[in-house]
Design a protein around this ligand. Structure first.
Ligand code: HEM
Length: 438
């Protein structure tokens, strides 16, 4: 515990029993209980963390910590395991090193670059369209959880390595990164298997340096990028850490959002119909072009509403590095802060009928009426997700493509639909759909 005299501080109320919140299914209902009992701020004593935790469920405090006073905080608990996986990639790094990496990487996420990467998203969806067409013709059930997971992995890998992926598949006899879709445990064994993949990225970099072929992908952008201040680029180790970061950060988040989006649409046929109407009206061919995606606002609203109800990153943290004061409460240095978008996104003060799927909440005039920081699926401030626009475009291309061709009907089984709150908010069991051609 910090040696501060906590009696003189204004701290929120909280339970007597110590507890360490984590991204686990055990913590998920406990957090709900804290919010129900203590409201927007809960002080939780530590079991093994050393310092108190404050659980925050108020948009004003989100703004203060993630935006206004962001310099008073670093990444918090829960990132240790991610660090083992990702080395010092930008999701886990802090301070001057993080700032430099963000500067070096940001240009690869510009609108112009996403326009280029959209071609790879379209190509992948063309393959998936064929797959789904064959399934529909054979009346096979669609495991939408696996389908979106595999698609999302294919997209991020092609955006990183382009057709070099084919070389790796041939060399290894299979897609070496497919462990991400079938090995769902994120334990030490997974860490070791995942780390072994780093040598493949090194191999690709070595081969590219010997070749004159140009690539329109993240790996090339990372190998070429130079710091404007120093003229220096990244070391190979830094590039590898950032590549691995994008694979982890970019794969499961998009996959789970699409999984939930299809499920929500299947439960709300009127909204599914609106999506189909938009796809019919806007998409001239099979797959939306980058320009057409810009004219599909409803598909974006569907994604935002899915992100509201099932934010993949449902819990994330910070640690105060200096004393701070937020919304009247003292936050002594060392305090851990947790935000739980899953609960904030259902806060009855900011959302009417919070449990209902209503994409029209994200009409521009509705967004204007709401507190900006009541919706934080991508976090906020300087550490906001770098892949937010990338992933929205990726998901719009997928939803538009499939909504134009198919209707998906949820097939209930005895397992039902259950949340599996781990690092990402997955569904516990595969969601199965009956697929019909429209
Ligand atoms: C639905 C899709 C996604 C969601 C919901 C999501 C969510 C998030 C959140 C909440 C954070 C911040 C965590 C924190 O503040 O502690 C974050 C950071 C990050 N995300 Fe995403 N993400 C998504 C897709 C992607 C994609 C597609 C990529 C890459 C292609 C990506 C790359 C990153 C990176 C590199 C960071 C760290 C940024 C930094 O700290 O500077 N994400 N994401």
């Amino acid at each position: 515990m910090t040696s501060i005299d906590t009696k003189s501080l204004n701290l929120p109320a909280g339970p007597e029993t110590p507890y360490d919140i984590n991204t686990t299914d055990e913590s998920f209902p406990i957090i709900a209980d804290y919010i129900a009992e203590y409201g927007n701020f809960t002080l939780i004593k530590p079991v093994s963390r050393g310092n108190n935790t404050i659980l925050i469920n108020a948009p004003d405090a989100v703004k203060a910590i993630l935006v206004k006073n962001h310099e008073n905080y670093k990444k918090g608990p829960g990132f240790e395991r991610v660090k083992m996986l990702l080395g010092n990639g930008i999701i886990v790094s802090d301070g001057a090193f993080w700032r430099r990496q963000r500067r070096l990487i940001q240009p690869a996420f510009s609108r112009k670059c996403i326009d280029g990467l959209a071609k790879k998203m379209q190509k992948a969806n063309q393959v998936w369209l064929q797959r789904w067409t064959e399934k529909a013709e054979k009346s096979e059930l669609l495991d939408v959880s696996s389908e979106t997971s595999e698609l999302s992995l294919e997209i991020i890998l092609r955006c990183l390595f382009s057709d070099d992926m084919d070389k790796l598949i041939e060399q290894e006899g299979k897609n070496p990164f497919e462990i991400l879709t079938y090995d769902l445990a994120r334990d030490m064994q997974f860490v070791l298997k995942f780390r072994a993949l780093k040598s493949l990225v090194q191999q690709l970099m070595d081969e590219r340096r010997e070749s004159s072929t140009r690539y329109d992908d993240f790996l090339e952008a990372f190998m070429e990028t130079k710091d404007k201040e120093t003229g220096e680029g990244m070391t190979d180790k830094e590039i590898i850490d950032e590549v691995m970061t994008l694979i982890i950060a970019g794969h499961e988040t998009g996959a789970t959002t699409l999984n939930w989006a299809w499920y929500l649409l299947s439960q709300n046929p009127a909204e599914e119909k609106k999506l189909q109407d938009e796809a019919d009206k806007v998409i001239s061919g099979d797959i939306p072009t980058f320009e057409e995606v810009g004219n599909m606002p409803f598909s974006r609203q569907v994604i935002e509403e899915a992100l509201r109800l099932y934010p993949p990153v449902w819990l994330y943290s910070r640690t105060a590095i200096v004393d701070d004061k937020v919304c009247g409460y003292d936050i002594p240095a060392g305090t851990n802060i947790f935000f739980a978008p899953y609960y904030l996104h259902r806060h009855p003060d900011f959302w009417d009928e919070p449990e209902a799927f209503k994409p029209d909440r994200f009409l521009p005039e509705e967004i204007k009426k709401r507190h900006k920081f009541a919706f934080i699926p991508f976090s906020a401030g300087p550490r906001r997700c770098i892949g937010d626009y990338f992933s929205i475009v990726e998901m719009q291309i997928h939803l538009g493509t499939m909504a134009k061709k198919f209707k998906l009907e949820y097939v209930a089984d005895e397992k039902g639909v259950e949340l599996d709150p781990q690092v990402n908010l997955r569904s516990k069991n595969s969601i199965m759909m009956k697929l019909s051609k429209r």
